[in-house]
Structures are given as structure tokens and as C-alpha cells.
Design a binder for this molecule. Structure first.
Ligand code: ADP
Length: 168
């Protein structure tokens, strides 16, 4: 099981093997963390998305591209359920973390940073989004040694930190 670390800040600045993007089904960029990753990483990421995901990506699934000029080597894209639009199957959210770690294993990534998937525009209730992230990552068997859960705002960071502490 990976070591879990709460981090406060911008995921695009994380110096890890792979950062995870909360993408959408189209896989052609978007707002929130998706927009930030494409802006910071440059156009190679979108080019790779078009080449590798001509038909986009299913909700709950994950796949990788180059990280362009980001410090990370890869971006692992995953598509969380859109709670606001009525997608409320929690197993899809759990699947995002599991599938992303499987992709990380395929790549040989040993350090991975995740944003809080579905907790922004997709409207998943914050406390449950934190619980799903922490529970799933800590229960997944993977060769990834370090997982950083990145809280963009102070409040989210504290929630993540506290949830990790409870695990002991
Ligand atoms: P989704 O559509 O899956 O809800 P969002 O990008 O809207 O994705 O939000 C997911 C989470 O990522 C939210 O908690 C949001 O605050 C956070 N976030 C937004 N920008 C960044 C960033 N640059 N680094 C880390 N987290 C971010």
C-alpha cells in the first residue's frame, strides 16, 4: 500500500513521476484542474490526448499522456462521475483512483499526485470525495510508493490531512 501524504497547493507544480488529471469524457481539455494542467504543460498534452484517445475516455476509467513541460513525466487522465449531472454511483469515483494506480503501475511510476476528483465542477460532496480518495488509495495494492493527495484550497487540504490522520 502506498504512503499517503496531504499536500496544499497546485498539482501542476508537483515534482512526482505522474500527476492525475480530473478530465472529462471528451478528453480535449476543460476547466478546473484540467485547464490548469493543459495550460502549464503546453500543447503536447492535447496533441497526445487526440492521438491516444480518439474516442475519449469512459467515466471511471484512466489513461496516460505525456506531461509536456510539467515537472512530472506523465499525466494520468481519469474521468470522475458528474454528481451535478446525476451520476452518483460511488463505485465510479472509487474506480478512478484504482484505475489511475493501475496505469501508474504500467508506467512504473512510483510517486503520484492526485487532485480531489469530482469535487469541483462535478459537485461530489466534499467530505465523501475526501473519504473515497483516502479509503481507496490506502486499500489499493500497487507498486506506487508515494501518493500525494493535493488540496487546492486550505480547507480541502485540512480535510484531506485529517482523513489521513484518522487512518493512523
Ligand atoms: P471535476 O470536474 O472532477 O469536479 P475540477 O477540476 O472542477 O474537477 O475539481 C477537482 C478538484 O481539483 C477540486 O477540489 C478543485 O478545487 C481542484 N483543483 C482545481 N485546480 C487545481 C490545481 N491547479 N491543483 C490542484 N487541485 C486543483
Amino acid at each position: 500500500m502506498p504512503e499517503l501524504i496531504a499536500v496544499h497547493g497546485d498539482i501542476t507544480r508537483q515534482d512526482v513521476d505522474a500527476i492525475v488529471n480530473a478530465a472529462n469524457n471528451a478528453m480535449r481539455g476543460g476547466g478546473g484542474v484540467d485547464g490548469a494542467i493543459h495550460r502549464a504543460g503546453g500543447p503536447d498534452i492535447l496533441r497526445d490526448c487526440i492521438a491516444r484517445f480518439p474516442h475519449g475516455l469512459a467515466t471511471g476509467d484512466a489513461g496516460w499522456t505525456t506531461a509536456g513541460r510539467l515537472p512530472a513525466r506523465w499525466v494520468i487522465h481519469t474521468v470522475g462521475p458528474n454528481h451535478t449531472a446525476g451520476e452518483r454511483d460511488r463505485s465510479l469515483l472509487v474506480s478512478c483512483y484504482r484505475r489511475s494506480l493501475e496505469v501508474a503501475d504500467e508506467l512504473g511510476a512510483v510517486s503520484v499526485a492526485f487532485p480531489l476528483i469530482s469535487a469541483g465542477v462535478y459537485g461530489w460532496p466534499k467530505q465523501d470525495a475526501v473519504a473515497a480518495a483516502v479509503e481507496t488509495v490506502s486499500a489499493t495494492s500497487t507498486r506506487v510508493a508515494e501518493v500525494r493527495l493535493v488540496g487546492f484550497d486550505e480547507r480541502t487540504y485540512r480535510d484531506i490531512r485529517d482523513a489521513i490522520r484518522v487512518l493512523g
